[in-house]
Every structure is written in structure tokens, then in C-alpha cells.
Design a protein around this ligand. Structure first.
Ligand code: ATP
Length: 235
């Protein structure tokens, strides 16, 4: 029984059909990656799940519930966290305030403090920078903050849109290390990556999306070995 299931999702931007019937499932505790070239529809798939893009046809089932077109604040409360591309942290707010914003719906200072400590256990750097403005942090630190903020809601499923974008290789390593750590703590991961090789090496399974449709799926290692994938995405 998957924790998250997409059934034939079709999503439009005005007259443009971005998703042409996407079906996929994500098992509880899995790392699943979506790979594909620019404009294939990866981000739109995540946006359709979290409620940022309106689904025209098809359904999204999360833990046996139909959540199709639920607004973002509701999907967040249900346990789905979406860290969008380009890490939209609040530049003018401090690290601490950014994290507090992540748990805005949570009542109780103690609980918020406790969750913050959990975030610091993954990202000690954030604790050192508690009062620094988000916008003055490095790219990697901002990515850590964006993930940390999402973790403040204790999500069951963490959806990451190109977390390695624009980061130095050593920082990318750290981010992937943390993704693995979060997964080992039981968080299900849905990961979009431009770096297909790295994503497939940590993923249990992957889907390849092309022009708004899934064209191939398999285990991470099957896809890494696949000749078409090698040619198109791992070159
Ligand atoms: P990338 O890696 O470049 O972000 P992607 O696979 O995530 O690519 P999407 O961002 O999901 O692709 O875009 C899918 C299609 O929808 C593209 O043709 C894109 O131009 C279009 N699209 C995305 N967002 C919008 C928007 N807000 N308005 C109109 N068209 C959009």
C-alpha cells in the first residue's frame, strides 16, 4: 500500500498541458526520484501534489485519502512537505524566525523549541547562525534552512525540488547525506534532481518524465544501468 499515489494526473497552465497523465506511487519509507530534462514536468508534479498547481484530471491519494486539489496549507498539515526549487526562505528574517515560520500552526513554545533542536541535530550550522538573516546565508546554508523549515512540521513525506541546484559538489554531498539520514529516520522522500546519477544512486526507485508523461520507471540501480538513461541523463 503506497503512502502516496498519483493516478493519471493532468495539470494545465492556462491552455498549456504540463502533465499528460502522470501515474506513480511512493511507498512508505522509500526514496523515490523523478528525473527528466528541463520543462519535462517534474516541478509541476510536486506542485500538483502539494496544491500549488491545479489538477484538472486524475486523483492524488495520500494515506488512503483523496487529497486532489487540497490547498498547500492543508497538504502541509497532513504531513506532506514541499521544499520548492530555489529555496524560498524569508531573506529578511533570521534563521530562528524562518524555522518558527515553518511551525506557524504549531501551538506551544516547548514543542517548537524541541523541533528546532531536532533540526539542529541534522544541521548544526543553523544553530550557529540562529540570528543571521536568511538572505545573507550561503546557498548551501539556505538550502539547509529551507529543508529545516520543512522539517518543523514533522512531515511524513518530504518533497525536494532540486536541492543541489547551484551548490558546490562538497555541499551537494552533505545535502545528499542528510537526505539519506532523514530517510533512515522514517521520512519518505520524493526527490527531483538535475543530477540524475546522484539521485538514482540514493533512490530506491525512480521515474523518468518526458514531455509531461512517465516514460520509464525502475529501481535506482536498474535506471543507472539503463542505456537510454545513460545516454540522455548521465552523459
Ligand atoms: P525544470 O527542471 O526546468 O524546472 P520541470 O521538469 O520541473 O523543469 P516544469 O517546471 O514542471 O518542468 O514545467 C513543465 C511545463 O510547464 C514547461 O513547459 C513549463 O514551461 C510549463 N510551466 C511551468 N510553470 C508554468 C507557469 N507558471 N505558467 C505557464 N507554464 C508553466
Amino acid at each position: 500500500m503506497p503512502i502516496l499515489q498519483l493516478n493519471n494526473i493532468e495539470t494545465y497552465y492556462g491552455a498549456i498541458q504540463a502533465l499528460k497523465g502522470i501515474s506513480m506511487d511512493v511507498g512508505k519509507g522509500e526514496i523515490v526520484t523523478l528525473i527528466g530534462s528541463n520543462g519535462a514536468g517534474k516541478s509541476t508534479t510536486l506542485k500538483s501534489i502539494s496544491g500549488l498547481a491545479k489538477v484538472k484530471n486524475g486523483s492524488i491519494i495520500y494515506k488512503d485519502k483523496d487529497i486532489t486539489n487540497r490547498p498547500p496549507h492543508e497538504t502541509t498539515l497532513l504531513g506532506l512537505a514541499h521544499v520548492p526549487e530555489g529555496r524560498r526562505i524569508f531573506a529578511q528574517l533570521t534563521v530562528k524566525e524562518n524555522l518558527q515560520m515553518g511551525a506557524y500552526s504549531v501551538k506551544g513554545k516547548d514543542i517548537i523549541q524541541e523541533r528546532m533542536e531536532t533540526v539542529f541535530s541534522y544541521f548544526p550550522r543553523l544553530k550557529e547562525r540562529l540570528n543571521q538573516k536568511g538572505g545573507t546565508m550561503s546557498g548551501g546554508e539556505q538550502q539547509m534552512l529551507a529543508i529545516g523549515r520543512a522539517l518543523m512540521m514533522q512531515p511524513e513525506v518530504l518533497m525536494l525540488d532540486e536541492p543541489s541546484m547551484g551548490l558546490a559538489p562538497i555541499i551537494v554531498e552533505q545535502i545528499f547525506e542528510i537526505i539519506l539520514q532523514l530517510n533512515s529516520m522514517g521520512i519518505t522522500i520524493l526527490l527531483i534532481e538535475q543530477n540524475a546519477y546522484q539521485a538514482l544512486s540514493i533512490a530506491h526507485r525512480g521515474y523518468v518524465i518526458q514531455n509531461g508523461a512517465i516514460v520509464l520507471s525502475g529501481t535506482g540501480s536498474e535506471l543507472i544501468e539503463n542505456e537510454q538513461i545513460k545516454e540522455a541523463y548521465l552523459a
